[in-house]
Design a protein around this ligand. Structure first.
Ligand SMILES: *Cc1c(COP(=O)(O)O)cnc(C)c1O
Length: 244
């Protein structure tokens, strides 16, 4: 872009967004995939609405929030901006009613009980809701999500819930500098999806999405088939420490 004679300025959120968008496209092409086959989600926890709005104005549509409280707090400021919000953090049953007006997908469904409560609530609103099954591929006890072996049973329990659309799977990768080990976890998630589709597992008919990869490892996730990458700090810079 032309510098218009100005001295160099520090990069803005929009500059970093453009850079991440380019890296996402390049990683897709490097993996032999279509350059537009991966959706970029901005993980916006702790980020003020003004900064989010600037990125939506720059063409970013999809955001992800971890906490119901934050979704609700930002809702008025973001209303009408044309964005789409997914919940990507743990959802307590007693917060379902608060969050449903503002999200089009809950990526963190990890139990039949939660699925059942979401289904009855969304059905009473005469809506449907996209959901992803959250899987713990790393085996770390601190991570939410069902273990890979429990996925078929959960899919079977979600299948009859007619207001839910199971669109795929989400995972939070292993937190490790060993990108090979991180990548192996992503391969596990892709394998689960592929197997469920191949054998025609009940409830998995439309479960094609793989939400995996964050700032430090989205290229590896894309190489393993990610269709949604969730990126925060690569765009917003390092966060103050908060839960999630
Ligand atoms: C914060 C967060 C991200 C993004 O993490 P970065 O490392 O900042 O890119 C992705 N997914 C979930 C569930 C998160 O909580």
């Amino acid at each position: 872009m032309a510098d218009q004679g100005r001295t160099t300025r520090p990069p803005t959120d929009v500059d970093r967004l453009r850079s991440v968008q380019a890296q996402v496209r390049e990683a897709a092409v490097a993996a032999g995939r279509e350059s537009g086959s991966v959706r970029l989600m901005l993980a916006t926890k702790t980020i003020e609405p003004d900064r989010i709005l600037a990125l939506i104005a720059a063409g970013q549509r999809l955001i992800g929030e971890n906490r119901v409280q934050e979704v609700v707090a930002k809702a008025a400021a973001l209303a009408g901006s044309g964005h789409e919000c997914h919940l990507i953090g743990h959802l307590q049953g007693n917060k379902i009613n608060q969050v449903l007006p503002y999200v089009t997908c809950v990526q963190s469904v990890d139990s039949a009980a939660l699925g059942t409560r979401l289904n009855s609530r969304i059905a009473s609103l005469e809506r449907t809701l996209d959901v992803l099954v959250q899987v713990n591929v790393s085996g770390e006890s601190t991570k939410s999500g069902v273990e890979p072996a429990a996925v078929p049973a959960l899919l079977a329990e979600l299948a009859p819930l007619s207001a839910l659309r199971v669109r795929g799977y989400m995972t939070i990768g292993l937190r490790s500098a060993d990108l090979g080990a991180v990548r192996a976890g992503y391969r596990t998630l892709a394998g689960l999806r592929d197997r469920a589709l191949t054998v025609g597992m009940p409830g998995a008919e439309h479960a094609v999405e793989l939400s995996m990869g964050m700032s430090g490892d989205f290229a590896e996730a894309i190489a393993e088939g990610a269709t949604i990458v969730r990126v925060g700090s690569a765009v917003f810079g390092p966060r103050a420490l908060v839960n999630g």
